[in-house]
Design a protein around this ligand. Structure first.
Ligand SMILES: Cc1cc2nc3c(=O)[nH]c(=O)nc-3n(C[C@H](O)[C@H](O)[C@H](O)COP(=O)(O)OP(=O)(O)OC[C@H]3O[C@@H](n4cnc5c(N)ncnc54)[C@H](O)[C@@H]3O)c2cc1C
Length: 309
């Protein structure tokens, strides 16, 4: 029957596409619902160099290849936003911007978005010097001078990783002290490549096709200046896309879904994988691994709960 599936996958990033491949290959009728662009966050990346087996590929091409492979195994894709989820008896009802879908199991792979500075130049230069992932992009800035924005664990952790590659890091923070854990602070202060720019906001990111600098404003003196950097790494928090599941499933304080090692939530038949889950390493390869695990767990759940068809 139309809109009735074994498995509905919410979100078409690497986790959703890997889940789709595994679910479709297990001969379960599966649809992936994506509200925007296939590939999710990775579609913003000009070059991915850390997906095993592929030396270098654009995020867009990687996502297209994942989608082609999953669809050739039978995955269906619909471009719709999921707005809610309820359960009638054993079946899920997935509410979208255009009608409902019914499913025996649901895999949530709606990912996360990095918080933006919301300053001029940021959107235009994303992937052209503006990055939200040093683990992914710092090697492209070898021996260059970059800015890292933020003062929490992510900013320091990623800044320390970037320091292995770049010549110098200006760590720009709006407060006069870090929020990061003590151990990370000690490492940051001991690293000669890090220079701290306290009580300062980035007000604009400069450059035409590539970042050439960051405009700063000191919050104490009001003084404006320009940092001549070729990269701006932004770590001012991120938010999982899980609002539509509030009250249905256990989440941590940040809204990440709590799962066990099989990506099972505390609600039977509801799984979560990738950046939307708690304690994700937030990489393409880990999201894809999570997606595969969730699809295997979903298949086992369906076999146990819906034995003979
Ligand atoms: C600029 C950038 C560069 C990166 N570079 C690398 C790299 O080089 N290597 C690496 O390993 N990692 C990299 N990462 C991290 C990597 O992209 C993420 O860890 C990975 O994409 C997470 O995959 P995911 O499937 O869990 O979620 P996402 O990629 O966030 O995908 C989630 C998808 O769900 C969709 N969605 C959200 N809500 C709904 C809804 N309600 N209904 C329907 N669809 C919905 C979204 O539109 C999105 O397409 C990078 C991240 C960024 C931002």
């Amino acid at each position: 029957m139309e809109n009735e599936y074994d498995i509905v996958i919410i979100g078409g990033g690497p986790a959703g596409l890997a889940a789709g491949l595994y679910a479709a290959r297990s001969r379960r009728r599966t649809v992936l619902l994506e509200k925007g662009v296939i590939g999710g966050q990775i579609s913003l990346s000009e070059c991915v160099e850390n997906y095993p087996g592929i030396e270098a590929i654009s995020g867009f091409d990687l996502a297209q290849a994942m989608q082609r492979q999953a669809e050739s195994c039978g995955l269906e894709t619909s471009y719709l936003e999921v707005v809610g989820l309820t359960r009638d008896d054993l079946l899920w009802r997935v509410r979208t911007s255009d009608g409902d879908y019914r499913a025996k199991a649901v895999i949530v792979t709606s990912g996360a978005d990095s918080n933006r500075l919301e300053v001029p130049g940021e959107e235009r230069l994303t992937g052209r010097g503006v990055s939200y992932c040093a683990t992914c992009d710092a090697p492209f800035f070898a021996n260059q001078e970059v800015a890292v924005v933020g003062g929490g664990d992510a900013a320091i952790d990623e800044g320390l990783f970037a320091a292995r590659h770049v010549a110098k890091i200006y760590l720009v923070h709006r407060r006069d002290q870090l929020r990061a854990s003590r151990i990370l602070q000690e490492r940051a202060f001991a690293n000669p490549k890090l220079e701290f720019v306290w009580s300062t906001l980035v007000t604009e990111i400069l450059g035409e096709d590539q970042v050439t600098g960051a405009r700063l404003r000191n919050l104490v003196t009001g003084e404006e200046s320009v940092l001549p950097v070729t990269g701006v790494f932004i770590f001012i928090g991120h938010h999982p896309n899980t609002e539509y599941l509030r009250g249905l499933v256990s989440m941590d304080e940040g809204g990440h879904i709590v799962v066990n090692e099989w990506m099972e939530t505390d609600v039977p038949g509801l799984l979560a994988a990738g950046d939307a889950r708690q304690n994700s390493a937030r990489q393409v390869v880990t999201a894809a691994g999570d997606g595969a695990t969730a699809a295997i767990a979903a298949e086992r759940y369906i076999s146990a709960r819906f034995p003979v068809e």
